[in-house]
Design a protein around this ligand. Structure first.
Ligand code: NAD
Length: 355
């Protein structure tokens, strides 16, 4: 099979972790006789440097020509420290999500039992945690009307959703819940926000109509943040709007020990997906060989599963990562001792296991 993969490495540690996932991809392609066709595109700060656009048309074309997109990370301190910059790296990500229609963000948060000691919360609370976040990605406050007025003395962002946007993401949530434990928790702020009351009503209607055999619960976002820390095992699938999903999935990511371990998939209606680690460009460790490449490598596994119909490769890769961790291979973020592996050494060990 020919696998056409778009490679958007981005900024900071993005290129470092993407490089390792490509090595793993090539190794698996060789082992299972798949021809890998890679095409690169610029995104983020590096794209602004060249095109003054964080997601230029050239890169969009590369994405359209691919079966799956591997995305590293974007972001650069020169923009983080300049809130007035008109063109910003993160605009590239939002533009890309919108142009490719990537409305469904899946973030599995699974604890590796051999890494329990790295979690900031007690082992007995976190052991067994396996949550799938289903986050709406192309609507809500990140895409609503925004601006400044009154001579720059007033700023606003608007949270907007229409019924169809909520139904299509809720469907994804229920469908994945069906494949797991049939338990879906929808998170909102229905006590204060009209948009949240609309979410609650729309998700409940869909549940009654098409998914009544599943268990649906609702939880306020602030309580959900607490419950994720107190008793993460109560959750299976969490459905959330763009903003709440962003914040809550990062809280959950921290529970597992390191954000460097968590992959994500962003899918459109044709399941052409963008696969990226949950972390950002980590400028504090960029160029120091400290980045954990496993979030990116596990994102590759999600690409096999959700866009390329190669579940067996995904299973093989997931198994190899579990084996690698059990063998004690650690980058600094998950190492207890002063000795740890470099980014590329982790990928090298993983490839040995895969062979
Ligand atoms: P971050 O995720 O980049 O880093 C947070 C912390 O986690 C840092 O201490 C970092 O060293 C550590 N970390 C992150 N990934 C790691 C990995 N693979 N291995 C080991 N340690 C890792 O978040 P931030 O510091 O808030 O943001 C930095 C930049 O990234 C900003 O410009 C931000 O806008 C951008 N960002 C981009 C994305 C994205 O591309 N999707 C997501 C979040 C943040």
């Amino acid at each position: 099979m020919i696998l056409k993969i778009a490679v958007l490495s981005g900024d900071g540690i993005g290129p470092e972790v993407t490089k390792q996932s490509i090595k793993v991809l090539k190794s698996l392609g060789k082992k299972f006789n798949h021809k890998i066709e890679l095409e690169s595109g610029l995104v983020g700060a590096v794209a602004i440097d060249k095109y003054n656009d964080p997601y230029p048309d050239e890169t969009h074309q590369v994405c359209l020509n691919s079966d799956a997109i591997l995305f590293g990370a974007i972001g650069d301190p020169k923009y983080d420290n300049d809130p007035k910059a008109k063109v910003r790296p993160e605009q590239g990500l939002l533009k890309m999500r919108k142009k490719l229609g990537l409305y469904a963000n899946l973030r599995p948060t699974k604890v590796f039992e051999s890494l329990l000691e790295m979690s900031p919360i007690k082992e007995e609370r976190i052991s067994g945690t396996d949550i799938l976040f289903v986050r709406e990605l192309t609507g809500g406050i990140y895409f609503g009307e925004r601006g400044r007025k009154d001579n720059d003395n007033f700023a606003f962002d608007t949270c907007e959703y229409n019924r169809d946007e909520i139904i299509r993401i809720a469907k994804i949530g229920f469908e994945y819940a069906q494949k797991r434990s049939s338990k879906l928790c929808c998170v909102d702020k229905a006590n204060v926000l009209e948009v949240s009351r609309f979410w609650r009503e729309t998700v409940s209607d869909l549940h009654n109509k098409n998914f009544s055999s599943q268990e649906l619960s609702h939880m306020l976002a602030d309580n959900a943040a607490m419950q994720l820390v107190i008793d993460p095992n109560q959750f299976d699938v969490i459905l959330a709007s763009n903003l709440f999903g962003d914040i809550l999935s990062d809280i959950a990511a921290t529970l597992t020990g390191s954000i460097g371990m968590l992959p994500s998939a962003s899918l459109n209606e044709k399941n052409v997906g963008m696969y990226e680690p949950c972390h950002g460009s980590a400028p504090d460790i960029a160029g120091k060989y400290l980045a954990n490449p496993l979030a990116m490598i596990l994102s590759l596994s999600m690409a096999f599963r959700y866009s390329l119909n190669l579940d067996s490769l995904a299973d093989e890769l997931d198994k190899a990562v579990r084996c690698l961790i059990s063998n004690g291979a650690r980058t600094k973020d998950i190492a207890n001792e002063s000795t740890f592996l470099k980014t590329s050494e982790v990928a090298k060990e993983l490839i040995e296991i895969l062979k």
